[in-house]
Design a protein around this ligand. Structure first.
Ligand SMILES: *[C@@H]1O[C@H](CO)[C@@H](O)[C@H](O)[C@H]1NC(C)=O
Ligand SMILES: *[C@@H]1O[C@H](CO)[C@@H](O)[C@H](O)[C@H]1NC(C)=O
Ligand SMILES: *[C@@H]1O[C@H](CO)[C@@H](O)[C@H](O)[C@H]1NC(C)=O
Ligand SMILES: *[C@@H]1O[C@H](CO)[C@@H](O)[C@H](O)[C@H]1NC(C)=O
Ligand SMILES: *[C@@H]1O[C@H](CO)[C@@H](O)[C@H](O)[C@H]1NC(C)=O
Ligand SMILES: [Zn+2]
Length: 485
């Protein structure tokens, strides 16, 4: 009897030590999670992402898309059921923040969003469904070097550029101006990423005013000489306007279009949205690159007047943007047309072009034959084309708030004799003179050269030489046209 008592005491002691130790761990984790509305430095940012992936291993994955100029990893947290790979028919979305190092609100919003998605998974029906059915990629900081040299303050440019002094939102290959400065590692990392992953939709989170900005950001130099502002619309202006408005109207104040930022008191944005070029043209921007070169539609969110507000303002920012950020993700499930393209044996066809009548922008199917085509409600004639296959055509009705489904089966052509004559007719460039008006729609001034730019490249193909395909395509066309004349 006597000998058992000390044993029980020892057990209690051990239990107490264990409890103390466990609560210590919990406390350490509590320090990081739940994510607090504070400014996280680069170390803390990584700790948050690591804590989230440790706590929610079934629905998260942490990966790096490359390194900054100073060698800091560009961390992405992927949030979805069964993370790690594209699943046939599961749409992919990305949010990119802190591209300008001193615009930090988006950086914190993405950490809060990551936590919100993870912690409500399995509790909240809407979030659970969203995480089950969408592959969500969040890059809280595209410019961790710039962040490091920035500080609290609403205006100014300290920390805007990367450590090599380059504005990353002027650094992408531009369809009109080419590459005007040396490609930076951050930009290259993003380019590789967006050519590798089959993104459908994206937003780029900035700060400095309150508005949603949509393509195009740049325009041909002929139009830049215009003395008035030029609204340079993309072939998908209608859908860009719709998705931009969805964001601004879900936000409590953005849609008023009256940010009243101290440095631009008079600036007005009807409905809280603007065409990029109509606001001010930029060359080498990220959203135009997404649209020209991939299937991904991207808009730019200006989250508020203050680029780097004191931490106490982060909670109000989160409350103002939370619903809009969620609704924007849901767009991939309720907008336009989606489906698969198969061959006669039911095998997926990658790289088939989804062509909408009277719309220059084509998207292409991914590896599993799946595609998404954002469109506003209406009736559309869709043609699916792939070399060596016969075209397939369907008329599809897109209803509001419900995605339409359309699968296609392509039948292989019998002979390899693809008509040179038809090709010749197609290749005949119809260069129209560009007119300087203050409302220019891309498809009205579209030249053959522009059309080529709008064919989405097949994801998964090499993205290392971005200008290469450009030049090669142009050369091939030139030679073909010359030969066939
Ligand atoms: C980063 O933030 C953490 C947590 O707030 C802090 O302990 C650490 O000292 C900071 N690191 C630097 C380099 O400021
Ligand atoms: C992850 O999924 C497995 C299998 O469904 C389950 O047993 C486990 O509890 C889950 N883990 C967490 C942390 O949710
Ligand atoms: C389209 O194909 C997918 C994948 O095979 C299938 O799950 C879906 O039911 C098909 N949809 C229609 C409308 O046929
Ligand atoms: C090749 O195409 C031409 C023109 O379309 C057609 O006249 C010819 O019969 C075709 N040849 C074969 C072998 O199919
Ligand atoms: C320019 O185009 C936009 C969008 O297509 C339209 O809302 C606007 O009314 C047009 N402005 C003029 C002056 O035609
Ligand atoms: Zn910015």
């Amino acid at each position: 009897m006597e000998s058992k008592l000390p044993a029980a005491k020892w057990r209690t002691l051990w239990l107490a030590i264990l409890l103390y130790y466990v609560s210590g761990i919990n406390e350490a984790q509590c320090d990081i999670l739940p994510v607090r509305p504070i400014h996280h430095n680069n170390t803390a940012l990584r700790q948050v992402l690591e804590a989230l992936t440790a706590k929610y291993p079934n629905i998260t994955r942490l990966y790096s898309i490359g390194k900054s100029y100073q060698g800091k990893s560009l961390w992405v947290i992927e949030i979805t059921k069964d993370p790690g790979k594209h699943l046939p028919g599961k749409p992919e979305l990305k949010y990119v923040a802190n591209m300008h190092g001193n615009e930090v609100v988006g950086r914190e919003l993405l950490l809060l969003l990551a936590d919100h998605l993870c912690s409500n998974y399995g509790r909240d029906q809407r979030i659970t469904k969203l995480v089950d059915t969408t592959r969500i990629h969040l890059l809280p900081s595209m410019n961790p070097d710039g962040w490091e040299s920035s500080h609290v303050g609403c205006t100014g440019i300290k920390g805007r550029f990367n450590a090599n002094g380059v504005d990353l939102n002027r650094n992408f290959p531009d369809p009109y101006d080419g590459q005007t400065n040396e490609l930076q590692p951050e930009t290259q990392a993003i380019m590789n990423w967006i050519h590798r992953e089959p993104f459908v939709l994206s937003a780029n989170l900035h700060g400095g005013t309150l508005v949603v900005n949509y393509p195009f950001d740049n325009l041909p130099s002929e139009l830049k000489r215009s003395t008035t502002r030029v609204y340079y619309s993309s072939p998908d202006d209608d859908i860009f306007v719709n998705i931009a408005k969805l964001y601004s109207k879900t936000h409590p104040t953005m849609h008023n279009g009256n940010p009243r930022c101290p440095i631009q008191r008079e600036e007005k944005f009807p409905d809280g949205i603007t065409n990029g070029a109509a606001w001010y043209p930029i060359s080498g921007g990220m959203q135009d690159y997404n649209y020209y070169k991939t299937n991904c539609f991207e808009i730019t969110l200006e989250l508020g007047c203050c680029k780097y507000p004191p931490a106490r303002y982060l909670s109000p920012y989160w409350r103002a943007n939370r619903e809009a950020l969620l609704k924007y993700i849901e767009l991939v499930h309720n907008t336009g047309i989606r489906g698969f393209v198969f061959d006669e044996k039911g095998r997926p066809i990658e790289g088939a072009k989804i062509i909408i009548e009277n719309r220059a922008k084509k998207v292409k199917t991914y590896k599993d034959g799946d595609y998404w085509r954002l469109l506003v409600p209406g009736n559309y004639i869709i043609r699916v084309a792939k070399r060596k296959y016969k075209n397939s055509k369907k008329t599809i009705t897109v209803d509001p708030d419900a995605i339409a489904y359309a699968n296609f089966t392509l039948v292989r052509k019998r002979s390899k004799n693809f008509s040179r004559r038809r090709l010749a007719a197609k290749m005949n460039p119809v260069a129209q003179p560009l007119k300087s008006t203050n409302n220019v729609s891309f498809h009205k001034v579209v030249t053959h050269r522009d059309k080529l730019r709008l064919s989405a490249k097949s994801p998964g193909k090499s993205a290392s030489t971005v200008l290469g395909p450009f030049i090669i395509t142009s050369l091939v066309c030139f030679v073909l046209v010359a030969l066939l004349k």
